[in-house]
Every structure is written in C-alpha cells, then in structure tokens.
Design a binder for this molecule. Structure first.
Ligand SMILES: Cc1cc2nc3c(=O)[nH]c(=O)nc-3n(C[C@H](O)[C@H](O)[C@H](O)COP(=O)(O)O)c2cc1C
Length: 313
C-alpha cells in the first residue's frame, strides 16, 4: 500500500515538515511512502484549451496538451493508494500550485466523464482512459497558516478531491505556522493524519471521514453560498442545495432526501448532471458556430480592436 506525501511549501519549511510527520505515521502503519515537493516541479497553469475533455468524449483517451512535469506527478498520484497533501494557506485559501493541480485534474480526472469516455471507446473501438483512473483512492489535507486566516482552505482542498471522487479522510488546518513544530498537539495531529490515511488505504471501500463533522452533513464543508434574500444554502463543494437554520445558536443546513443522489462527489450526481453529454453537445455546436461568417466577423472585431501587451524578450 503506497502513500504519497505532497507538500506545496518551501524547501524544509513547515509544510514539508508536517507532510513528513504524516508520512512517518503512515509508515508506522505499514505504508510504502514517497514525498514530493510540488514547487520542485515545472507545472504550467491549465489554459482552458479543453483538449482533455474533447479527447475523452471522442474516444481518444486521457491526455493533456501541456508538456511539463505534470504527467510525471499525475502518474505518481495514480499509482498511490492514498495521498496526503499539505499546502501553505495563501489569502485564506490554498496556494496557487494546488489550485493549478486542481484545474489540471478537474475535467481530466472527472470520474463521470471518464466512465462515459470508457463506454464511448468500447462502442467506437477508440482508446479507453487509463484503468488507474477508476481505482478508488483516499486523500487527506493539511493547510498551514502563518496566522489564523484560513476560512477558504478546507473548501479549496475538498474541491481537489471532488472531481476524481477520492474519499477525504481528514481535512484540517493549522494556525501560527512559525510555532507549529514546537507545538506537540499539532505535530501529534499530523502524525495521526498519517496513520488515518494508511489505515484508510488498507480498506478503501469501507474508509470513512475521520475529521470533525462539518456544517454540510454530506461533505463536511463549512463554507456555503447563501442565495441572497433567502434561507437557501448551496454547498460549494458537493453542490447540494439545502435550508439554513440556526438551532441553539448553531448554524445547520438540512437537505431534502431528493438532493443526496445529486451530490457532485457521487456517480449518480455526475450522471444526473450529464456533464460529459453537455461538453459533447457544446463542443459539437461550437465547432459549427466557429465556421459561421457572422461569428468569424465578431471575433475578428475583437482581434483587431487591441492586442495584448507583453514584456519585450
Ligand atoms: C502570499 C502569501 C499569502 C499568505 N496568506 C496567508 C493567509 O491568508 N493566512 C495565513 O494564515 N497565512 C498566510 N500566509 C503565511 C503562510 O501560510 C506561511 O508562511 C506558510 O504556511 C509557511 O510555510 P513553509 O514554512 O512551509 O514555507 C501567507 C504567505 C504568503 C507568502
């Protein structure tokens, strides 16, 4: 059983150390471990070219148009049974590199799109997505803050797991980074997170979330979009739409039973929203529109209006 530790921090900084502490816990529980510092890699931003989605829905397998170290990382992630991802908190949420990884795996690893792509490949004799994409996996997150600003971190991290449908085991954040390594409680917690992920990886079908219950009873998110002027609360991670109430001074969101099969982190939810079909229909429609002279004239109008400034080389 393999546990991969990913740190988005500076070399030998607090994030690296907390990630390694979790890996020590995982190794104690019998895991083979590997550690990667994300900033050692050359990982470009997703450009939004949608090559990955187009390839999947046209039976050409799972790919990305960008050529950098991402495929190396992608393979390491696919080969692991469990992942511990540790990121510095930047502007209350996760760091840029983790946002980029979330974007790079978003459509490409979406379980629903890949399930649909597998069927398309079977029907057309095309290339099926890599089988490792369909393997269940567990993941835990630690956000490390220099102060106590971190109200977006757990949501950002849970989003990374949502598209591939990896099970989240722990999703914690730690405050006052400079004193963390001298604070036994935090170090012990990182070690425990490592033990939890290794134990979860031994029995993934029965693995369960080990953290504190969140306000969202489905995915444990503590962030919500409140529709203005209503008591409607939408969970930004799993997408469920519920009702916000306050009971004994404590905020609660409850969902009707009909919502649960629609959660974005379930296959029923992914198929219910027919995301793969939407992409296919939109791409087919857009391919036609792009050849229309009226559309070409519109685009040319913007093209000729102003060009983008760039630094001189
Ligand atoms: C650009 C930037 C933004 C930051 N924003 C936050 C923040 O919103 N909340 C917080 O608690 N710490 C914030 N920090 C502090 C970092 O989270 C902290 O320095 C980091 O976790 C230290 O990790 P390292 O020792 O592994 O490099 C920020 C740091 C930087 C550089």
């Amino acid at each position: 059983m393999k546990i991969l530790g990913l740190s988005a921090g500076t070399k030998n900084g607090i994030n690296d150390s907390m990630c390694k502490e979790a890996l020590m816990g995982a190794r104690e529980s019998g895991a083979d471990i590997e550690f990667i510092r994300l900033l050692d890699l050359n990982i470009k931003h997703c450009t939004g070219c949608v090559t990955c989605s187009k390839a999947l829905i046209s039976g050409r397998g799972n790919m990305c148009a960008l050529k950098d170290d991402f495929d190396w990382l992608f393979n390491k992630m696919l080969n692991a049974d469990g992942i511990v991802l540790v990121s510095p908190i930047f502007e209350s949420g996760t760091s840029g590199i983790v946002h980029t990884i979330t974007d790079r795996i978003g459509p490409r690893m979406d379980r629903g799109i890949n399930e649909t792509a597998k069927k398309i490949a079977e029907a057309t004799g095309g290339k099926a997505p890599d089988e490792r994409i369909f393997k269940d996996k567990v993941i835990s997150f630690m956000g490390i803050g220099g102060s106590d600003w971190g109200s977006l971190i757990q949501m950002d991290h849970a989003m990374l797991a949502m598209s591939p449908m990896w099970k989240v085991i722990d999703n914690d954040w730690f405050k006052w980074a400079k004193s963390i390594l001298t604070n036994d409680k935090d170090v012990i917690r990182a070690h425990e997170i490592g033990i939890h992920i290794a134990e979860a990886a031994k029995d993934i079908p029965n693995a369960k979330y080990q953290g504190k219950p969140g306000v969202c009873p489905h995915c444990h998110s503590n962030n919500f979009y409140i529709v203005p002027g209503t008591d409607k609360a939408i969970c930004p991670v799993c997408g469920l739409e519920g009702k916000l109430t306050v009971e004994n001074g404590s905020a609660k969101v409850t969902y009707p039973d009909s919502q649960l099969p629609l959660a974005h982190d379930t296959l029923s939810g992914k198929f219910r929203f027919k995301h793969a079909d939407d992409i296919k229909n939109l791409e087919t429609k857009y391919a036609k529109i792009r050849k229309d002279p009226a559309y070409i004239a519109k685009v040319n109008n913007y093209k000729s209006f102003i060009s983008a400034s760039k630094p001189e080389k």
